[in-house]
Design a protein around this ligand. Structure first.
Ligand code: 5GP
Length: 207
């Protein structure tokens, strides 16, 4: 009997979409339903919003620390996200070791970041979440109540610009209904080869 010690390579999943489309809720439900999918925690220079926790929602870094890590080549991708004054980036150590271990890692990043990730991981499963109607974004942002009127207007302008980039993604999912959107994404991932949840999937045994 031969036991293969060769780890099965994992894959990268990228989820993008305009502010207010409900990405965070979708992602939270997806992670609860698919424990074999691991989140990449991004780094950012933006200050935490109420309720956000360092190391869980983001790695909140000073500009100095962010620059140090960027100069040290620690990011897979990073950029000043369009329309925001702050930097955001995916740390290599959030992704590479898990892929090598055969895990699937999900990134919630913008379009510019997605294109950099595709350069490095051409097989990445890219999913763009969009609203069924553009004014749903405004309703969600108002309901969320985390932005000033001025910031909201800026986010909406950015959101409309982001919607024009949807064609760059392999998959597009309309978020009319969160459960339906989560179900569709789950189906996309299973079709793309997301392994079933099982403890010993990394070390398949030849029979
Ligand atoms: P927020 O400040 O609302 O949490 O996120 C703002 C934007 O930054 C979102 O569009 C989100 O997708 C993007 N973003 C979050 N993390 C990253 C990252 O690591 N890289 C890139 N390129 N964009 C990110």
């Amino acid at each position: 009997m031969v036991r293969s010690e060769q780890p099965v390579a994992g894959n990268v999943v990228v989820i993008s979409g305009p502010s207010g489309v409900g990405k965070t809720t979708i992602l939270r439900r997806l992670l609860a339903r698919l424990p074999q999918l691991l989140p990449s925690i991004s780094a950012t220079t933006r200050p935490p919003r109420t309720g956000e926790r360092d190391g869980l929602d983001y790695h909140f870094l000073s500009q100095l620390e962010f620059d140090r890590r960027r100069d040290g080549g620690e990011f897979l991708e990073c950029c000043r996200v369009y329309g925001r004054q702050h930097w955001y980036g995916t740390l290599a150590n959030e992704v590479a070791p898990r892929l090598a271990a055969g895990d699937w890692v999900v990134l919630e990043i913008d379009v510019e970041g997605t294109l950099s990730i595709l350069d490095r991981y051409p097989e990445a499963v890219t999913i763009f979440v969009e609203p069924s109607a553009p004014d749903h974004l405004e309703q969600r942002l108002v309901a969320r109540g985390t932005e000033t009127r001025e910031a909201m207007a800026r986010r909406l302008e950015v959101a409309h610009r982001e919607l024009k980039e949807a064609h760059r993604y392999r998959h597009r999912v309309v978020n009319d209904d969160v459960d339906a959107a989560v179900g569709q994404i789950e189906q996309i991932l299973r079709t793309a080869g997301l392994p079933p949840q099982q403890k010993d999937r990394r070390w398949p045994t030849a029979i």
